[in-house]
Structure formats: structure tokens, C-alpha cells
Design a protein around this ligand. Structure first.
Ligand code: NAD
Length: 472
């Protein structure tokens, strides 16, 4: 397969182009370097019809066969990791080594989920009654993914949905369609036609999909604002929804930490992928006793970390992925400047047309400032001082978001006590960003609706069916 050209959709097992195309930009240069199909409504209809036709035979297959194909899909991702990583860097911006980790991580995800089997619960097995609950697939899944982890977050949907017996039409973000298109083609050699379809398009395609009557469920990852629109649109015919949305995650650093040990981890927990991570630390609350020490260490790391084109050797942090997000991040930065907040910048950014923003630490801004209250989704981290633990937990929880959080302390019991008081779906202690195929991931409050990952995540692609037998 040639990964540098010929980006085509996969509909009913066939590779198809489209009458219209859309430009795909390299965020490190700001220049268009490829074209992706811009699907028509008819092509969406064709993909949904193919997925519908494939559903019955796919559901009827023994789960062991679906699991074996998912394992094979993981093998194919792993075997093509180098080529996909190179393409990933061009369209997404992340440095090649980290891009390769995303592909390999997604492959391992498919392998792990391929070993999962939904449970059957026997509620009564007596001389007079036999009652069991089993789980059956929903039907055709509409999967919509964002641009920050385009491969991982798509595979989080593909693996459990297909193993559970559903079929799917997957739409990547128009900002990062290329790896997903190639994965659609690679997987067409594994799954029967119609089981896994990939289509791409502009801003109309998502709303067409969520309102399409041929889908039984929408699994969406993206911003909270879009998630609300998705839920509204899906409500018309009561499609099930799973929404993984935004976050404004707080980390709380207690005074007993070893600063030299934690500084690097805290830095990358906030800035990895140029801070374009739903579960990145986005508000860093630091006890007054260690505030200055941590700030100075983070600033030193920021100065040493190379920001640049992900295709260049030595780059640690790439550009912001797209112009729209770049403008949002610059708006927040300019707001911080206009309000005379104290900004500490890291290494210089490259000149030219790329969407680069310098790593920026905002030194103890007011709690009410926009950079604290809004999800930056870019490399601007507010550091905030505290000296009372009850007060800082209240500040951390004072958000409509509730995705994840972190606590840093040598006193694990104290940290667990704080974790349990945080209003988020995940809390990490002394590390960060550790998401796993066997562990449920669920946003509280406006960070989500439903669960991904773990058996809970797989069951979101199924409904319970009770078989209730009268005996004798
Ligand atoms: P976005 O909401 O703009 O877009 C996400 C996807 O939805 C894209 O594929 C887009 O084309 C599509 N879309 C846009 N409008 C739509 C509509 N009206 N109906 C249906 N689909 C539509 O989000 P983004 O900018 O791509 O991603 C960034 C956001 O995603 C951040 O807020 C981030 O926190 C969040 N995110 C959450 C998670 C999570 O698991 N909770 C993971 C990654 C990113």
C-alpha cells in the first residue's frame, strides 16, 4: 500500500473516491499536502446500507471468529506502524516516535479487546424457573472521532463495537482523515464487506450521520459543545449515545512531593501532544510551600524542550493540529497578555506558517481568569497556589467538566482521600494519562455521557436481553 497518496474511503469492502475532495494540511507548515474524499449524502446512505446488510451475518458469527478478526486487525496495525506513523506526523503534527507509539498502542488495544467476552448472568436456575440476562449487539454504529488522537480514539470504538457484533461507519475529523482512511483499506482485507466502513467529509457530514435513521447508536468523541448537538440530533429517533467530551482537569500537588522526581512527569502530563489531550492537566494547583520550586523546574524543562516540526529529529512537541484550534489558543494567550498575567515562555518556536504556540506557564493567575476557567487544549498551563486542602478541592471541583484529575503526594492514603473527593471520572495518583483497555473511562458532569473501555465500555454497544423460562 502506498501511504503517500490515494486516500480513499472504504464502503462495503470497496475502496471508493468522491466527486468532491477536501484539502488536508500539514500543521507544521500550514500547507495543504493531500486531498481526502468529501463524501456525498448518497455515499453516506451507501455506507449505512452496507453496514445494515452486514449486521445480521456478523452478529450470527460465533464471537470467537469476531475476536480472531480483531486480533488480526491489531496485527495489521502493528505491521504497518512505521508507514502510518510517518503519515500521522504529517497530518497530525506529533513527532514520529510518539506517533508510532499511538499506532502501536492502538494495535495493543485491539489485541486486548479481542480477548473480551460479554458476560451472561443467570438470575435464577431452579426447578420452576430459568432466567438469564445476556447481551446482544445494538446494530449499526455511527462513530465520530476528533483530531487529537485520531487513531487511538477511533480504535476505542471499533474494537468493542465489532467484537460485540455490531457493524460501523466511522468518520474521522476532517483535520486528520488520512491514517483512518488507510486503516479502512487495511481492515477491508480482514473484516467482511460492510462490517467496517470509513467515510470522510466536511462539516456537513457529522450532522448528516447523527440524524441518519439507519444508525442505532452514536459513539462520539469531541468537544462538549458538539456533544450537546450530537445528543440533540440523536434524540429524534432515540439512538443510544456515548459521548466522550472535553475536560479542564485539575492536578493537586501536596507539599511533601520530591520536586526533582515529579517535575518532569507533571510537565508531560500537561504538555504531551502539545497539550491537546482531553485528560491533560489543565489547571495545576500547587501547595504554597513547593510552588516556587515546581514553577522554576517546569520553566527550565519548558526552555529545554524543542518545539518544531514533528518530522525533524529531536522535536519533542509539535504544532497545534489545525488553524481553528491555533486561533482559539492564541485568543486565550492574548487574553492572558491583555490582563497582564505573568507568563513564562519555554523554548522559541519556529518561524513560518506552522501553527506553533510556545509552551507557556501562567504564574498564579486569578481563579476567574479565562485561562483557568476554559479548556485551553493547547500549551498554556495555569499554575495556581493553595494552602488549604479543603479549599483547593472546592476550586478543583468548581467546573462544569469532570473528566479526570491527578494528585501528587508521597502520602498515598492522603492522596486517595483527596482523589475520592474529586468530581471526575478518573483520578491518577503520582502519574497521569494512564488509560487502559480494561479500565472504564467515563466523564462526569459535562465531560461525557456513558463509558468507554473496560467491560462497561463494551456493554455500551449492547443491550440486555432476558430469557425467562417457566419450568415444570
Ligand atoms: P469537535 O467537537 O469539533 O469535533 C469532533 C468530531 O465531531 C469531528 O469528527 C467533527 O468533524 C465532528 N463534528 C463536528 N460538528 C458535528 C456535529 N454537529 N455533529 C456531528 N459531528 C460533528 O472536537 P475536536 O475539536 O475535534 O476535538 C477537541 C475536543 O475533543 C476537546 O474538547 C477535547 O477535550 C475533546 N476530546 C475528548 C476526549 C474524551 O475522550 N473525553 C478525547 C479527545 C478529545
Amino acid at each position: 500500500m502506498n501511504f503517500d497518496t490515494d486516500y480513499r474511503m472504504t464502503i462495503d469492502g470497496k475502496s471508493v473516491g468522491s466527486a468532491k475532495t477536501m484539502d488536508v494540511f500539514n500543521p507544521a507548515t500550514g500547507e495543504a499536502f493531500a486531498q481526502a474524499p468529501d463524501a456525498s449524502r448518497e455515499q453516506l446512505d451507501a455506507a449505512v446500507a452496507a453496514a445494515r446488510a452486514a449486521f445480521k451475518p456478523w452478529r450470527a458469527r460465533p464471537i470467537a471468529e469476531r475476536q480472531a478478526m480483531m486480533r488480526a486487525a491489531g496485527d495489521v496495525l502493528m505491521a504497518n506502524a512505521d508507514d502510518l506513523a510517518r503519515l500521522f506526523t504529517h497530518e497530525q503534527g506529533r513527532p514520529v516516535d510518539a506517533a508510532k507509539q499511538e499506532i502501536q498502542g492502538a494495535a495493543m488495544w485491539l489485541h486486548a479487546v479481542s480477548a473480551m467476552t460479554p458476560p451472561v448472568h443467570v438470575i435464577e436456575d431452579s426447578p420452576t424457573k430459568f432466567i438469564e440476562t445476556r447481551y446482544v449487539p445494538l446494530g449499526v454504529i455511527c462513530a465520530i472521532a476528533p483530531w487529537n488522537f485520531p487513531v487511538t480514539l477511533s480504535m476505542w470504538k471499533v474494537a468493542p463495537a465489532l467484537v460485540a457484533g455490531n457493524t460501523m461507519v466511522l468518520k474521522p475529523s476532517p483535520f486528520t482523515p488520512l491514517c483512518t482512511l488507510k486503516i479502512g483499506e487495511l481492515f477491508s482485507a480482514i473484516f467482511p464487506p460492510g462490517v467496517f466502513n470509513v467515510i470522510t467529509g466536511g462539516d456537513d457530514l457529522g450532522p448528516w450521520m447523527t440524524s441518519h435513521p439507519g444508525f442505532d447508536k452514536v459513539s462520539f468523541t469531541g468537544s462538549t459543545a458538539t456533544g450537546k448537538r450530537v445528543m440533540e440530533s440523536a434524540a429524534k429517533d432515540l439512538k443510544r449515545v456515548t459521548l466522550e467530551l472535553g475536560g479542564n482537569d485539575a492536578a493537586i500537588v501536596l507539599p511533601d512531593v520530591d520536586l526533582d522526581e515529579v517535575a518532569q512527569k507533571i510537565f508531560f502530563g500537561a504538555f504531551f501532544n502539545s497539550a491537546q489531550i482531553c485528560v491533560a492537566t489543565k489547571r495545576l494547583y500547587v501547595h504554597a510551600d513547593v510552588y516556587d520550586g515546581l514553577r522554576d523546574r517546569l520553566a527550565a524543562i519548558a526552555k529545554a524542550v524543542k518545539v518544531g516540526d514533528g518530522a525533524e529529529q529531536g522535536t519533542v512537541l509539535g504544532p497545534i493540529q489545525n488553524k481553528r484550534q491555533y486561533d482559539r489558543v492564541m485568543d486565550l494567550l492574548n487574553d492572558a497578555r491583555a490582563n497582564n498575567l505573568t507568563l513564562i515562555h519555554g523554548a522559541d518556536i519556529p518561524d513560518g506558517g506552522g501553527y506553533f504556540v510556545p509552551v507557556t506557564i501562567v504564574d498564579n493567575p486569578p481563579e476567574s481568569s479565562r485561562v483557568v476557567q476554559e479548556e485551553a487544549f493547547g500549551p498554556i498551563l495555569p499554575m495556581l497556589k493553595f494552602d488549604d486542602i479543603n479549599d483547593v478541592i472546592d476550586r478543583a471541583n468548581a467546573s462544569d467538566y469532570g473528566l479526570a484529575g491527578a494528585v501528587w503526594s508521597k502520602d498515598i492514603d492522603a492522596a486517595i482521600d483527596i482523589a475520592r473527593r474529586m468530581e471526575t471520572g478518573t483520578v491518577w495518583i503520582n502519574h497521569n494519562l494512564d488509560l487502559r483497555p480494561d479500565t472504564p473511562f467515563a466523564g462526569h458532569k459535562q465531560s461525557g455521557f456513558g463509558v468507554e473501555n473496560g467491560m462497561e465500555g463494551m456493554l455500551e454497544y449492547m443491550v440486555p436481553q432476558v430469557v425467562n423460562v417457566a419450568r415444570g
